[in-house]
Design a binder for this molecule. Structure first.
Ligand SMILES: O=C(O)C1=C[C@@H](OP(=O)(O)O)[C@@H](O)[C@H](O)C1
Ligand SMILES: C=C(OP(=O)(O)O)C(=O)O
Length: 446
């Protein structure tokens, strides 16, 4: 069920200051619940992101027969069934707005002989599921979907699963992860390759849960991941680091609002997730990473940000997967920079919660920013010292990142920026308004 539309305006704010801790990482939260549900024993999770996308995954893992219990804020206990122990859910699984939750769970069940029906909200029902369902057939799974591989989808897990060799044809961690999770209950060893490296949280967490997994580089820059099947996963404790994709909004807000000076604690710094930070530094951002350390197999650190004059840059296309969810907020930063920012290799943005490329371009134009649309990207003509006029209304198309990015634009634009619906922000960052307000950001209803 979609919530009623909730418009909001981002308004010119004075200096943002203070220290904040953004919520837990969404990608790691999904994976901790799913692997916990497939492991034997009690997996203890702290810092879990309690946002709609992740809560839908928790519900699905429960529907397959695991016990998933909230013990306190961010503290969850999952008692899994063991690999191959998932049972048929009693009802349709509704993943809401979440591509990651739905696609990873499809992989996790695909080699167990159970049937499940997957659906989602109006945005998720437009997103391509064939990219996961077709390769899962190689394991012996079968499916039925609406034309175009759209949800609702009925997936029948393989009765006699077989191991697979598969090259993921697009830069997608979701497709890779679905194939890795399916390998766990197939006999023998499956080999999943990717040409472009994407976030590796599934690989890291599989190793931590005791799976037999190895990763080898390929000469062309890709890699091949081998997973031993009929696996036994052992429950572990997972401390979820803070989400860099959520931190991105506070960081760019602080860069754009004059006089700002903020600190973010315990942010995940996995190199497959930090492309935005590198790009902002190249644009001249005063963004410094301090107190870098390891936590639960992932790099984390604190980030200090001060308002900065930015200049336009060209983002190397090979960096795109390392910042795939950050293009809405990078485009906003680029609008305030001096000179053009060129972004290419963004095809995957067309199949996110919205056609993000189109939504970003429309939002920028509605607020007085000139942007050229390319087949695979865009060129944002930064206004630098002249400032961004603002004053426009942005259509979010059920996309949380479009909503948050343009609210941030309003904090530094000459006139407020209206976002037509902010309800979707709850899918990934329910504390957004409060947390940003605590730093000094001004939002106004409607
Ligand atoms: O694996 C994941 O957790 C994610 C992978 C990315 O999607 P794709 O695999 O479609 O690129 C990203 O956009 C999404 O927010 C989270
Ligand atoms: C693309 C995203 O998520 P998902 O694919 O899980 O819906 C996102 O959070 O930006």
């Amino acid at each position: 069920m979609s919530s009623p539309a909730r418009p909001l305006r981002g308004c010119r704010s004075s200096a943002l200051t203070g220290a904040v801790t953004v919520p837990g990482d969404k990608s790691i939260s999904h994976r901790a619940l799913i692997l916990g549900g497939m492991a034997l024993g009690e997996t203890r999770i702290t810092g879990l992101l309690e946002a709609e996308d992740v809560l839908n995954t928790a519900e699905a893992v429960r529907a397959f027969g695991a016990s998933v219990v909230r013990q306190g804020p961010g503290a969850w206990k999952v008692s899994g069934t063991g690999v191959g122990g998932w049972r048929r859910p009693e009802d349709v699984l509704d993943f809401g707005n979440s591509g990651t939750g739905s696609r990873l769970v499809m992989g996790a069940m695909a080699t167990t002989p159970v049937t499940a029906v997957f659906t989602g909200d109006a945005s998720l029902r437009k997103r391509p599921m064939g990219r996961v369902l077709e390769p899962l057939k190689l394991y012996g799974a079968e499916y039925d979907a609406r034309p175009g591989g759209l949800m609702p989808v009925t997936l029948k897990g393989a009765v006699e699963a077989m191991p697979v060799e598969y090259l993921v044809p697009m830069a997608s961690a979701q497709v890779k992860s679905a194939m890795l999770l399916a390998a766990l209950n197939a006999p023998g060893r499956s080999r999943i390759s990717q040409k472009t490296l994407t976030r590796d949280h599934t690989e890291k967490m599989l190793a931590a849960f005791g799976a037999d997994i190895s990763v080898e580089p390929l000469p062309d820059g890709g890699e091949v991941i081998t997973v031993g099947g009929e696996a036994e996963l052992k429950a572990i404790s997972v401390a979820v680091p803070r989400d860099p994709s959520s931190a991105a909004f506070a960081i760019v807000a602080a860069l754009l609002v004059p006089g700002s000076d903020i600190l973010l604690h315990d942010v995940l710094l996995n190199p497959r997730r930090t492309g935005l930070f590198t790009t902002l530094q190249e644009m001249g951002a005063d963004l410094v990473i301090v107190n870098q350390r390891e936590s639960g197999g992932e790099q984390i650190g604190d980030i200090k940000v001060r308002a900065s004059a930015l200049k336009g840059v060209e983002v190397p296309p090979e960096r795109v997967p390392d910042m795939i969810d950050e293009f809405p907020i990078l485009a906003v930063a680029a609008a305030f920079a001096d000179g053009n920012t060129i972004m290419r290799g963004l095809e995957e943005l067309r199949v996110k919660e919205s056609d993000r490329l189109a939504a970003i371009i429309a939002g920028l134009r509605a607020n007085g920013v000139t942007v050229q649309e390319l087949e695979d990207g865009m060129v944002v003509e930064g206004l630098g010292g002249d400032g961004v006029p603002g004053g426009g209304t942005v259509t979010t198309h059920m996309d949380h990142r479009i909503a948050m990015a343009f609210l941030v634009m309003g904090l530094a634009a000459k006139a407020p920026v209206t976002v037509d619906d902010t309800a979707m922000i709850a899918t990934s960052f329910p504390e957004f308004e409060n947390l940003m307000g605590g730093l000094g950001a001004v939002f106004a209803e409607g």
